[in-house]
Design a protein around this ligand. Structure first.
Ligand code: ADP
Ligand code: MG
Length: 343
């Protein structure tokens, strides 16, 4: 028997390997593996949406700077984000936790205070879960259920050439926020008497520690009468997500650097690290904004939205997914994303 290292196929390779082994057997399973949420037909006008995400200590969060309350909030928000990415509305969540006796009752109360705050913010009910011991740090797994009117669902594979590419909010802040938190941690470990210097960094740090799911955009598009032709949430960075939309839709894309939404606070924080805000926006991840495409004829309906930037368009050349730089250069967009399995 040969042994193949997981790092040789990576996270996406592993998911596609699993996907190949499981063809849906039920006619109610409209979409299985491969989108932001699974899509189930329950025989009404709405589809049921189901999405799961797991957060693992030491991989997705570091308790030396992530307060448990924020962590609880984030665990719900990132799952709600996957429901929003189907143009859906979240309804219920289940929360499973793996814990060690390192945590006090009060600490777990804090975690659940954050979960509760998110349940209120997104109007979802916590309806169950599981509790178990963990020998390798805190593990939080959330499953979110949601609904979408059948005629309004947005898959990753519906983009057409000439569709306009849209991004909500701004990009790259969560990544530079993480760099700041990691730096403060290193400095604190070297000199525990030091005071953290994060006062004027609250925007980018907040974007890392307490992201929001863009359920508001689902309502905004609905009010405007716009159904995205494709949609995904930006968990791994714009580059990786635009490639998902292009691959699954069989189209190419041109994205214009000058149209990418990057906050002033993000530029300032990147300056300190001599990092490029463009790299953070393309490959940083954890922004939990929505990336979607619309038909050109829908542009008028949302062009004045303060929450949406129009960053490019889809093309009929599937092998060309390009960034057009401010200077007019053209570069292929490559996914870096998070490669947990190669560590
Ligand atoms: P997202 O970033 O939107 O959460 P992922 O990249 O985690 O999406 O997952 C992509 C797809 O693969 C989803 O449909 C998800 O349900 C599925 N998936 C991920 N891991 C597994 C697994 N271990 N078994 C079955 N399906 C999986
Ligand atoms: Mg997603």
């Amino acid at each position: 028997m040969t042994r193949t290292e997981l790092s040789t196929i990576g996270e996406f390779g592993l998911i596609s390997r699993i996907n190949q082994q499981f063809t849906p057997q039920l006619s109610q399973t409209i979409k299985g593996i491969g989108d932001d949420a699974a899509v189930i037909d329950t025989g009404t006008d709405e589809y049921l949406l189901v999405s799961t995400d797991m957060l693992v200590e030491g991989v997705h969060f570091d308790l030396s700077y992530a307060p448990l309350k924020h962590l609880g909030y984030k665990a719900i928000a990132v799952n709600v984000s996957d429901i929003a990415a189907m143009n859906g509305i979240p309804r219920q969540v289940t929360v499973s936790v793996g814990l060690s006796n390192r945590f006090s009752v009060e600490a777990i109360d804090e975690l659940y205070a954050g979960i509760q705050a998110a349940c209120e913010a997104y109007k979802v009910d916590l309806v169950g879960g599981d509790t178990t011991a963990s020998r390798s740090g805190l593990v939080i797994s959330v499953t979110a259920l949601g609904v979408v009117e059948k005629s309004k669902i947005a898959y990753r594979n519906g983009a057409k050439p000439n569709d306009i590419i849209c991004v909500t909010g701004d990009l790259g802040a969560a990544y530079v926020g993480l760099q700041l938190l990691e730096r403060e941690k290193r400095e604190f470990l070297e000199n525990p008497n030091m005071q953290p210097e994060l006062e004027d960094k609250s925007y980018v740090v907040g974007r890392q520690l307490k992201p929001e799911a863009r359920t508001d955009i689902v309502y905004e598009l609905q009010d405007a009468g716009v159904i995205p032709t494709s949609m995904i949430d930006i968990s791994d960075g714009l580059a990786s997500e635009i490639l998902h939309l292009c691959t699954q839709s069989g189209v190419g894309a041109q994205v214009f650097e000058e149209n990418l939404p990057i906050a002033d606070e993000t530029y300032l924080a990147n300056d300190e690290f001599k990092l490029s805000p463009l790299t953070g926006a393309l490959n940083g991840g954890e922004d939990y904004e929505l990336l979607f495409t619309i038909q050109q004829s829908d542009y008028e309906k949302i062009k004045n939205s303060p929450h949406i930037s129009f960053v490019g368009f889809m093309t009929n050349q599937p092998d060309q997914v390009e960034l057009i730089t401010k200077g007019g250069g053209r570069f292929p967009i490559q996914a870096q994303g998070w490669q947990h399995l190669s560590k």
